[in-house]
Write a protein that binds this ligand. Structure first.
Ligand code: UT7
Length: 352
């Protein structure tokens, strides 16, 4: 069977830099608090009405396609991971396809939030291995700032997220021992409501009747309707919800676990990793993973201080920056890992 490889990568971040200082003018927070708890100093925000998850993905995809030395015409499948799609439906995959003039090829949307890019890579890997496709465009793109709660009520979520996009071209490789060596995907829906965006949704409140997940949102949460109601908006229930401490606790456990799983599957050890690129959730999480694994700090790539958490886009943006900075070189063993909403988590080991 063929191995697949990342044949090209690209990323795009919006021009507008939003500092912690700027956020502290909108809500009760401080630069010190954000830096100490998350490591984030600034993030990028896309321009409303001009940019979207799709338009950012177009920029990143063009760069990935160029980097792979192919053209749009060579792309035979699209996989798009995002939690901030342009439309509730259809997904961003078809919009990206249209905007790039790649009409006719299949386009799949992935809804696995922070783990979206790893899930997308794994699917692309299977398609390439079986010989079904030869140039799959895999994208992670997020427009978080389009819907965050900029009041103090939403500060625990709002300060950590940023906008951006990353893309990769997945192709077959004939080089022995190179490319994507293994991928591992996991989920546990038991924890779905601990990091979620309930409305718009069609759940009609079925899962949320007795929950105390929204302590800050009043005693009688309005979840009963389809999609969005005036009451939901009035009560501020149309923003992402995160039980931060809970997510943190699971993240620091599941990241090392799934990284070790990828190593065990390929008979490698932690010491063999040349570069670990974790999903950029929180610098403290990355540091705890590093400590848990006993890796040197120069073997873990972090750029969260510049971009915040860009969810599905964070791994491809970080990978791209690591390659451009010469921190990922030909022949390196690169480990990608993610954890997030679902809960979902996963890892991918690549011989670059
Ligand atoms: O991408 C994958 C998914 N996401 C994650 O992996 C995120 C995981 N979680 C985290 O990164 C952290 O939980 C946060 C950074 C979100 C929060 O840090 P924390 O140390 O867990 O804080 P906390 O939520 O337990 O809140 C501690 C205090 C609270 O005040 P009281 O109740 O102690 O008075 C919060 O109200 O900090 C307060 N707080 C803030 N204060 C200033 C929460 N957010 C802020 C803020 N600025 N932005």
């Amino acid at each position: 069977m063929l191995n697949s490889k990342i044949g090209g990568i690209g990323y795009y971040v919006p021009e507008r830099i939003v500092t912690n200082e700027e956020l502290s003018k909108l809500m009760d927070t401080t630069d010190e608090w954000i830096v100490e708890r998350t490591g984030i100093k600034e993030r990028r925000y896309a321009v409303k009405h001009e940019e979207s998850s799709t338009t950012m993905a177009v920029h990143a995809s063009k760069r990935a396609i160029e980097n792979a030395g192919i053209t749009e015409k060579d792309v035979d499948f699209i996989i798009f991971a995002t939690l901030s799609p342009d439309y509730y439906f259809p997904g961003c995959g078809v919009l990206l396809q249209r905007e790039m003039g790649m009409n006719g090829i299949g386009a799949l949307d992935i809804r696995n939030q922070c783990s979206g890019f790893i899930y997308a890579l794994s699917i692309a890997d299977q398609f390439v291995k079986t010989g079904m496709y030869k140039n799959i465009l895999v994208v992670g793109s997020e427009f978080h700032s389009s819907n965050l709660d900029f009041s103090t009520r939403g500060r625990n979520v709002t300060v950590i997220f940023g906008d951006g996009a990353g893309a990769a071209i997945i192709q077959p490789t004939e080089e022995e021992g190179k490319g994507i060596l293994t991928t591992h995907l996991h989920a546990d829906g038991e924890y779905a409501e601990h990091l979620a965006y309930f409305n718009p949704g069609g759940h009609g409140g079925v899962f949320l009747k007795d929950t105390e997940l929204y302590p800050d949102y009043g005693d009688e949460p309005e979840y009963g309707g389809m999609l969005v109601t005036h009451e939901m908006i009035d009560k501020g229930q149309t923003f992402p919800h995160m039980n931060g401490r809970y997510v943190f606790k699971f993240a620091v456990e599941k990241f090392p676990e799934v990284i070790r799983e990828a190593l065990a599957a390929t008979d490698y050890e932690v010491k063999d990793i040349d570069m670990l690129i974790p999903h950029q959730a929180n610098l403290r999480i990355s540091q705890m993973i590093q400590l848990n694994l006993g890796l040197d700090s120069d073997k873990v790539f972090n750029n969260i201080e510049k971009y915040g958490n860009t969810t599905a886009a964070s791994i491809p943006i970080a990978l791209c920056e690591a390659v451009e900075a010469g921190k990922v070189k030909d022949g390196d063993l690169v480990c990608l890992a993610a954890f997030g909403s679902g809960f979902t988590w996963g890892s991918c080991l690549i011989r670059w």
